[in-house]
Structures are given as structure tokens and as C-alpha cells.
Design a binder for this molecule. Structure first.
Ligand SMILES: *[C@@H]1O[C@H](CO)[C@@H](O)[C@H](O)[C@H]1NC(C)=O
Ligand SMILES: *[C@@H]1O[C@H](CO)[C@@H](O)[C@H](O)[C@H]1NC(C)=O
Ligand SMILES: *[C@@H]1O[C@H](CO)[C@@H](O)[C@H](O)[C@H]1NC(C)=O
Ligand SMILES: *[C@@H]1O[C@H](CO)[C@@H](O)[C@H](O)[C@H]1NC(C)=O
Ligand SMILES: *[C@@H]1O[C@H](CO)[C@@H](O)[C@H](O)[C@H]1NC(C)=O
Ligand SMILES: *[C@@H]1O[C@H](CO)[C@@H](O)[C@H](O)[C@H]1NC(C)=O
Length: 454
């Protein structure tokens, strides 16, 4: 019983889910042939033969799914846990000796106002909750659920965090028997019991890259965390999306190669085409037909196709910037504009010539600073300012900057970043970029932004 909605937004989100999860599958990165068996792919624990529980491709579903504080996805079933599916099933008690599986629920708390709790991993079983950080049990745990989360029952089905921005404030959703206990974190926590719209409860639930998934048996359904809406097209089979199983998948074989290459490629010294950030702090790095989110490292690194976020956008881009809840992409002499909401929607009538829209021709890089209508356009070693509030667009006199070649530029609360080859350069503001007489210290994009180790 999936509530239907005809809105384009939902269709778009379903489309996104398909490509996103197809890509997600590729991140298990398991070298396999079609005739591999599940048990060869995921060797079971040597002591266990009696049950198929240790085979993630068996249709039992999961007890809990969560990211840990390092961004690694954990799947729990029975006594077992898979960590990102690159490793064979392991006993839960091998990692968390204080707990004997099966567990009921798990999540990674998002509690910005309480830094000592933020990003901890919580595991639930019966009436107790354990909190872990950096692989260690936090002092004082296990505790009773009723003490740690007053008003929340024991013997849960599942739980998932919902950070402020996606929920009104930092919240945890606890699922049990057709109800959701919406627990708002804070000095005076509040819990509200709401009805879950699906006939089955979620045996596991997870938030991944700002989207929410409910697992029931071998299936999963996406949902929105405030209104509990279910986009069209669900349920889907977990084995086609979240985990890689022999002979299954969603374009797995064809997508694997180039996605894998571009994921590794984030650490190469190749230049990026563009960087951009928006007022809500989302930052993007673009290369070819891929992009990376550079502000959500906690969810792991993923190379996404441009069409995952901006359905109509094709080919490589020259520059990207945000203004007034819109994202602008420059490709050659054309500009394409998308409305930024939870999803990006193409503004009708685009692409169109950037000369007409912005009064600018081809360029190397462009940026706006937060909450400002001034667009800075870089071509060669020249920079020019365009006031986006004025119509027709008036451009100011070009100025020369110290950078001979710029690939991309971005301005956020930390200042102006100029990207060139494998390096980036930081300025506190536009004025210091304009007045610089020599290059500031060069920083390596791969190590300082893309978190590569070498
Ligand atoms: C897959 O099947 C082919 C042909 O049946 C066989 O030669 C090959 O060894 C098999 N590979 C694996 C990994 O089982
Ligand atoms: C587990 O399975 C393997 C291969 O099927 C078999 O050789 C082994 O004896 C089994 N072990 C137990 C404890 O049943
Ligand atoms: C870990 O859990 C397994 C499965 O429940 C159990 O057989 C084993 O004895 C446990 N190990 C320890 C050290 O408790
Ligand atoms: C999973 O979804 C399929 C197709 O929608 C459905 O036929 C099946 O009953 C579902 N299974 C479970 C366990 O929810
Ligand atoms: C995978 O990528 C490499 C390097 O780009 C390429 O040489 C190879 O042909 C690709 N393999 C497949 C199956 O597409
Ligand atoms: C990038 O360049 C640095 C410095 O020249 C070098 O140490 C590093 O190995 C290079 N990385 C790759 C992936 O080529």
C-alpha cells in the first residue's frame, strides 16, 4: 500500500534513488563473476554452517543497519555483522564484546548541541542501549533505554537518526509495532508517538546521504522522515541495491568499472573542473560527468553521476555557483539553472546563452560568496564582477589576479578557494584575492579536501 503522488518531485526522487543505489551497489567493490555463489563472495564464519543467516544474500533481511562514526555501513543479522560488505560475516561480539547478538536496532546519533554524544553509534537489545565511540564502549553504558531515551519502549524494531534540517531539530525515530516514537533530542527531550503508514514495521532503518530507508524482510522502502511519505516505486529488493549478490543488481557489471575508477580517482593529481558551495553548506567537486560531495565525508566517499542530482545536466561543466536557492552551471557559452530544494529541479527554458542571462562569455571558473549577489567570473588571469541583482547585468572592469590558470573557485564561510591543477589556495575574502601580489601557500586538494592518505 504505497501512497501515490503524481508530483514531479517524487518521480525525480525515485529516479535519483535508482541511480544512487545502483551506484551504491558498486561500492561493495567485490570482484565477482556471475557464477560465484553468495557463500564464496561472503565466506561464512567457519564455525557456522547450520544456517543461511551468515549469507547476506539469503532473504532474511536485517535486524539493523547503520553507519559508524567513520562512515562505514554496518549490516546486522542474528549474531552477525557485515562491515561495508568487503569483509566476511563476523560475530557481533568479536567487535563489541559487551553485546551478544541478535540486536534490535542501531543508529549513529546526530546531536550537534551535545558534542560528547554527537556521532556515537548506539546499539539496542531488549531494554538496554550501548553507546560506542571509536570502537569503545562509552563509560556508563549499557543503560536502560527508559533512562537514556525516556518514553521510548524496549524491544524495538529499529531506529534511525534525523538531523536538524531534515527534521525540525536533532531527532531519533524509533520504530516498534506499527508506531514511530519521534524523540526530539535536547535539554528537555520530547517524545511523540505516531502511526507508521506501512502495514509492516521496519526491521531496520538507515539514513544515508540525506535519504531514509526502511527495511522489511528482504525489501526496503524509502520514506521522508517528517511526513512519512513513500515515493512511488517501492518496495525494492535489498539485494539489487544495498548489497551485491551474484546474478543480481542494477546495472552492476557495467557501472562497476568506471565508478570504481572515478572513486579511486578522487585521490589522483588530476584537476577538477569546478567546485561550488551553497548557502546551506553543501559543497561539490566536479570532474567529467561525476561529482563528489565534499561536506558529507562522514557518510563515506562516493562518485555520483551528475544526473543523480541534476537530471538534465550532461557532459562536463566549466563552472558552478549558487545564488538565491538556485544552482547555476556554465558549460561553454550556455547556462543551466536548477532550483535547489531537497532535490534540484530544472528551471524551464534552460540551458540558454550565458551572454544573455549573465552578460558573460566563456570562462574558467565562477563563484558567489554566501548570501551575496556578486558573481565573480574568472578567465585566464582576469576576474570580473557581475551583480546578479541588476538587470540588465552590469559587468565591472576586469582585474588581474596572481593566478595564471584557474580550474575552479568557491567561496564559503572559510573564505575564497582557488583551485588549480592538484592544488588549491585560500584567501580570507575577495579583497585579499584581488590585492594579492604573490601566490599564498599551496594546499593539496587530494589530501586536504578529498581525505586521501598520500
Ligand atoms: C564459472 O563458470 C565457468 C563455466 O561454467 C567456469 O569455467 C568457472 O570456473 C566458473 N567460475 C567460478 C568462479 O566458479
Ligand atoms: C561446513 O561446511 C563445509 C563445506 O560444506 C564442511 O566441509 C564442514 O564439515 C561443515 N562444518 C560443520 C561444522 O558442519
Ligand atoms: C560470540 O557469539 C557467538 C555466537 O553467539 C558465540 O558462539 C560465541 O561463544 C561468542 N563468543 C564470546 C567470546 O562470547
Ligand atoms: C517484497 O516485495 C515484493 C515485490 O514488491 C513482494 O512480492 C514481496 O511480498 C515482498 N516481501 C516482503 C518480505 O516484504
Ligand atoms: C575499465 O576501465 C579501464 C580503464 O579505463 C579500461 O581500460 C577497461 O576497458 C574498462 N573495462 C570495462 C569492462 O569496461
Ligand atoms: C600526486 O603528487 C604528489 C607530489 O608530486 C605525489 O607524492 C603523489 O604520489 C601523487 N599522487 C598520485 C596519486 O599520483
Amino acid at each position: 500500500m504505497v501512497p501515490s503522488s503524481g508530483s514531479m518531485k517524487f518521480l525525480f526522487s525515485v529516479y535519483c534513488l535508482c541511480c544512487s543505489l545502483a551506484l551504491a551497489v558498486t561500492f561493495s567493490l567485490i570482484k565477482s563473476k556471475h557464477n560465484d555463489t553468495g557463500s564464496k563472495l561472503y565466506p561464512t564464519h567457519p564455525e557456522d554452517n547450520a544456517t543461511s543467516l551468515a549469507d547476506p544474500c539469503s532473504p532474511e533481511g536485517f535486524d539493523a543497519v547503520t553507519l559508524d562514526d567513520k562512515g562505514l555501513m554496518h549490516y546486522f543479522r542474528g549474531h552477525y555483522v557485515w562491515k561495508g560488505f568487503r569483509t566476511p560475516a563476523a560475530f557481533i561480539n568479536a567487535t563489541w564484546p559487551e553485546i551478544e547478538g541478535p540486536i534490535d536496532a542501531a543508529f549513529r546519533i546526530h546531536h550537534k548541541n551535545q558534542p560528547e554524544a554527537h556521532e556515537r553509534m548506539y546499539l539496542f537489545k531488549d531494554d538496554l542501549v550501548w553507546a560506542y565511540y571509536d570502537g569503545k564502549l562509552v563509560a556508563g553504558f549499557p543503560r536502560r533505554i527508559s533512562e537514556e531515551f525516556p518514553g521510548v519502549p524496549g524491544h524495538l524494531d529499529s531506529a534511525v537518526e534525523c538531523p536538524s534540517g531534515e527534521c525540525k531539530s536533532d531527532t531519533v525515530l524509533f520504530f516498534k509495532e506499527g508506531s514511530v516514537y519521534v524523540y526530539v533530542l535536547g535539554e528537555t527531550p520530547a517524545v511523540k508517538k505516531r502511526a507508521w503508514p506501512l502495514p509492516q514495521s521496519c526491521s531496520a532503518a538507515v539514513r544515508w546521504l540525506e535519504k531514509y530507508y526502511c527495511f522489511h524482510g528482504v525489501n526496503f522502502t524509502r520514506f521522508t522522515p517528517v511526513s512519512f511519505e513513500i515515493p512511488l516505486g517501492y518496495p525494492l529488493d535489498t539485494r539489487d541495491y544495498f548489497i551485491h549478490c551474484p546474478g543480481r543488481g542494477h546495472g552492476f557489471e557495467t557501472r562497476r568499472n568506471y565508478t570504481f575508477l572515478s572513486v579511486k580517482d578522487r585521490c589522483s593529481n588530476r584537476s577538477f573542473d569546478a567546485f561550488s558551495s551553497d548557502d546551506s553548506g553543501r559543497t561539490y567537486a566536479f570532474r567529467g560527468s561525476y561529482f563528489f560531495r565534499t561536506d558529507s565525508k562522514r557518510d563515506g566517499w562516493h562518485a555520483w553521476l551528475l544526473s543523480h542530482n541534476w537530471k538534465e545536466l550532461k557532459g562536463k561543466i566549466d563552472a558552478a555557483f549558487s545564488w538565491e536557492n538556485k544552482m547555476y552551471f556554465i558549460q561553454g557559452s550556455q547556462v543551466t539553472i536548477f532550483l535547489s530544494d531537497q532535490f534540484y529541479t530544472l528551471v524551464q527554458g534552460y540551458p540558454r546563452p550565458s551572454q544573455e542571462e549573465l552578460g558573460i562569455g566563456e570562462l574558467d571558473a565562477a563563484f558567489t560568496c554566501p548570501h551575496s549577489s556578486q558573481l565573480y567570473v574568472i578567465k585566464g588571469n582576469k576576474i570580473q564582477m557581475v551583480d546578479l541583482k541588476l538587470s540588465p547585468r552590469a559587468t565591472e572592469q576586469e582585474k588581474v589576479i596572481v593566478h595564471v590558470h584557474v580550474d575552479g573557485a568557491m567561496c564559503n564561510t572559510e573564505g575564497v578557494h582557488i583551485f588549480s591543477g592538484p592544488f588549491f589556495y585560500r584567501y580570507t575574502d575577495v579583497a585579499s584575492l584581488l590585492s594579492a601580489k604573490e601566490l599564498p601557500e599551496a594546499h593539496r586538494i587530494s589530501t586536504e579536501i578529498m581525505e586521501c592518505t598520500q
